[in-house]
Design a protein. Structure first.
Length: 167
């Protein structure tokens, strides 16, 4: 367990997002910080997801995901979507389905809709590449939430090794 390593990694500037997934009638969403742009042309986003998450099966089958950008005052939403799937996590807020059926949150700062174009294993996660097929800024005056603002919400300190080990 390492609080200092967790704090170190929170110095990497990352946003906080609600990633939406869908397959047929089934939808889900989860909080994610490991999202980044990786190409201009075509515009690609990369997402790192723990394959044990309920969302992963829907993502694999639906082959699409949304990235809903959270605003600074939306810590409650970040905590809500970080809960494991059980009761319908999407019942709490208003959303609309995108072209691929993935949930787009009406109250996000902005959203992107992506189609799966590839994946590769990444340690205890899977890196999924998505081509951006649509997107919208909903609240241009808002400031995006940063991962550091979420503090210990994701319990990361318990997930890092105690120290770095040279290979
Ligand atoms: C601030 C924060 C950032 C997170 N970032 C990620 C992430 O990038 N990738 C991931 O797989 N899980 C991430 N999580 C954990 C998931 O949100 C959490 O495990 C969630 O319960 C998964 O939901 P699901 O089982 O309904 O799919 C994060 C949690 C928090 C609080």
């Amino acid at each position: 367990m390492s609080n200092s390593i967790a704090a170190l990694f929170q110095c990497l500037t990352q946003g906080v997002y609600v990633v939406g997934v869908a397959h047929g009638e089934n939808c889900n969403a989860f909080t994610a910080a490991w999202v980044m742009q990786v190409s201009f042309n075509p515009p690609l986003l990369a997402l790192s997801i723990n394959p044990n998450h309920s969302s992963y099966g829907l993502l694999q089958r639906g082959k699409a995901f949304s990235v809903n950008v959270l605003k600074q005052d939306q810590l409650e939403l970040a905590a809500h979507y970080a809960e494991p799937a059980g009761a319908d996590k999407l019942a709490l807020v208003e959303w609309v389905p995108g072209r691929t059926g993935v949930p787009l949150l009406n109250d996000a700062m902005a959203w992107f809709e992506c189609e799966w174009v590839g994946s590769c294993p990444a340690g205890d996660h899977v890196l999924v590449l998505g081509k951006v097929i649509d997107g919208k800024i909903l609240d241009a005056a808002a400031r995006p939430m940063t991962y550091q603002e979420t503090g210990s919400m994701d319990g990361a300190a318990a997930l890092f090794p105690d120290a770095f080990t040279p290979s």
